[in-house]
Design a protein around this ligand. Sequence first.
Ligand code: SAH
Length: 239
Amino acid sequence: MHKLFVSPEDINGNTITVTGEDVEHLHALRMREGERIFISDGEKTVYDAALSQMRKNSAVFEIKSQRPFENEPQTDITVCIALLKGGACEDVIKQSVELGANRIIIFSSSNCIAKEREKDGKYYKTARQAAMQSGRDTVPKLLTGFSFDEMLEELKKAEISLFFHEKATEHFYDVLEKNSLPRSAAFAVGPEGGFTDTEAESAEKNGIKVVFMGKRILRAVTAPLCALSVIAALYDRQR
Ligand code: SAH
C-alpha cells in the first residue's frame, strides 16, 4: 500500500488533507474514492486512511485506523556529511534514509572541494522518495548550510558521537560495542579531501571520539554507508 508523509497540522479530527506534489502523485495513480493508503504524520503515528474526496489541488482522506511508528530504529541516528561534489550528497542521503538515519546534516569544512550545494528542495525530495521506497515511517530531517563548528555542536549532543578520521588509532566498532542501546548516536564523515588534523583535534577537544574504520581509505560516499550498516546491525535488530 502507498504511503504519504504529511504534517500533524494536516490532520483534523477524523480527516487528513493532502496538498502539494502528493496530490499530483495521487492523480497519476488514478486513485479512486474509498481506496486505502497509509499516511504518516511524520512524528509518531501512521494512519490507514480511505480517500473520501479528490479535488484538483487537494485530497481528503478519512482515517480508518492508526498505529504508532514501527519501522524506525530505537536509537536516534544523526549523519553529518561534508558538502560533496556532483550528486554525491544525494547518494549519501538516499543510503542514510534506507539505513535508518533520523537527521542528516550537511556542513562545509576546510578541504571541501564542492562550494555549491543543491537546492534544499531537491535534497528533501530525494529523502522523501527514499523514505517511501524503503518503508520508513518518517522522512529524516535535513539540515543544510552548517559550518564545521556548528556541525560539531550538533554532533556532540548525541550519547555516542564519532568523528571519522583515517589517522585515528581507536576503531569505531570498539566504541560502539561498549554501548548496548544508546538513546542517540551521531557521526561525521569528511569531504573527498578528508578532514584536517586541526579539525580532528577540535573534535577531540569537544569530547567527541575521533575514530578510524579500517586499514583502507573509504570514499566520502562509502564511509557513511559502512558506519550506518554497523550501527544498524548493533542497535536495530528487532523485527
Ligand atoms: N584524506 C583522505 C581521504 C578522505 S576520505 C584523502 O584525501 O585521501 C573521506 C572521509 O571518509 C574522511 O574524511 C573520513 O571521515 C572518512 N574515512 C574514509 N576512510 C576512513 C578510515 N579508514 N577511517 C576513518 N575515516 C575514514
